[in-house]
Ligand binder design. Structure first.
Ligand code: NAD
Length: 327
């Protein structure tokens, strides 16, 4: 298939393009490079542009005979969304609706959408199933839920087949370390902990050690980016064969690791201490966020293969040690 990948120059998008190409598909990236990297686009053409440019979207779909879309392009820093909500409603909701308007002028009706466990807010039950109520507690999660709602409505009104994948914590890097995680600013625990282990003058700030968890630090569900990429391929296959309408799936392993456990594993892999200081809790950080992944396992046959904590951290360390030459 020829797949239009919005945001394909970013972290998860580039790993998905790699897997698409390995499976014989052609990824065509549409990215404005606002947070992505030109050098991450290696497996197909890069169309430099914004998803809200209707003329560009329609032209790319026709020129490359696109069969389906994976829509990663978004702004995705929770704290920034609290400080600057308009940026998030604009780039995630308005830009996505402009993109979808252009899409509906073509014949493409299959879309896989990057959603997030942030749509659940502070869950009442853990592990979190798809039936958990969706009450996001920050503009980032609200903007992603809004796009899910638009897609669900379009599945009724315009026969769009849509799959929303609600990722838990994307992590790790390709085994070959030619691409990896590089957000600016970086807000994710694993790259920051590795930095605090490898760089002399950098210290990790841990937000809270008085949570109701085994060691007091927050627990999260880390899923390797290649396993996440696989979920997109399975969703595309299902949209092409069996699925219609709108479906949402959690993508997480079902196992959680605390901040302290992640730090221990980083120290084991690098052989060096993670310099850190303890800070207060951050508002809006639930103690534990762990997926119940049974629905995606049962309906799409997804099974994580690369998501042991050790493999996540080994691949992330390999990438972080070598990334200076690759960006
Ligand atoms: N990283 C995570 O742990 C995580 C967790 C849950 C959901 N997500 C979602 O996954 C997706 C990818 O996340 P990521 O970590 O790879 O982020 P990223 O910032 O590395 O990638 C996003 C890409 O989208 C591009 N982009 C942004 N706005 C655009 C626009 N208007 N037009 C064209 N291109 C645009 C950026 O240049 C970038 O290449 C996002 O939708 C994010 O919300 C990420």
């Amino acid at each position: 298939m020829n797949i239009l990948v919005t945001g394909g120059a970013g972290y998860i998008g580039s790993h998905t393009c790699k897997l698409l190409a390995e499976r014989g598909h052609k990824p065509v990236v549409l990215d404005n490079l606002s947070t992505g990297h030109r050098s991450f686009v290696k497996w197909g053409p890069l169309v430099e542009g914004d998803i809200r440019q209707a003329d560009v979207v329609e032209r790319v779909i026709r020129e490359y005979s696109i069969d389906a879309v994976i829509h990663f392009a978004a702004s995705s820093i929770v704290g920034e969304s609290v400080r600057d909500p308009l940026k998030y409603f604009d780039n995630n909701v308005v830009a996505s609706t402009e993109f979808l308007k252009a899409l509906l002028k073509t014949d493409v009706r299959k879309i896989v959408f990057s959603s997030t466990c942030a749509v659940y807010g502070t869950p009442e039950r853990v592990p979190i199933g798809e039936g958990e109520s969706r009450k996001p507690i920050n503009p980032y999660g609200q903007s992603k839920l809004a796009v899910e709602n638009v897609l669900e409505a379009l599945s009724q009104s315009h026969q769009v087949g849509a799959v929303a994948l609600r990722y838990f914590n994307a992590s790790g890097a390709s085994g070959e370390a030619e691409i990896g995680e590089d957000h600016n600013p970086e807000t994710h625990l694993i790259p920051l902990a590795i930095r605090a282990s490898l760089e002399q003058n950098y210290e990790l700030r841990v937000f809270g050690d008085d949570y109701d968890t085994q060691d007091g630090t927050c627990v999260r569900d880390y899923v390797h980016v290649t396993d996440l990429a696989e979920a997109h391929l399975l969703a595309l296959d299902a949209l092409s064969t069996s699925l219609g309408a709108f479906h949402a799936y959690n993508v997480g392993t079902g196992s959680g690791f605390s901040v302290a456990q992640v730090i221990d594993e980083v120290e084991r892999v690098t052989g060096k201490p993670v310099k850190r200081s303890m800070g207060p809790r951050r508002p809006g950080d639930p103690a534990t966020l762990v997926a119940d992944p049974q629905k995606i396992q049962r309906e799409l046959g997804w099974q994580p293969k690369y998501s042991s904590l050790n493999n996540i951290i080994e691949t992330a360390v390999r990438w972080q040690k070598s990334k200076a030459h690759k960006l």
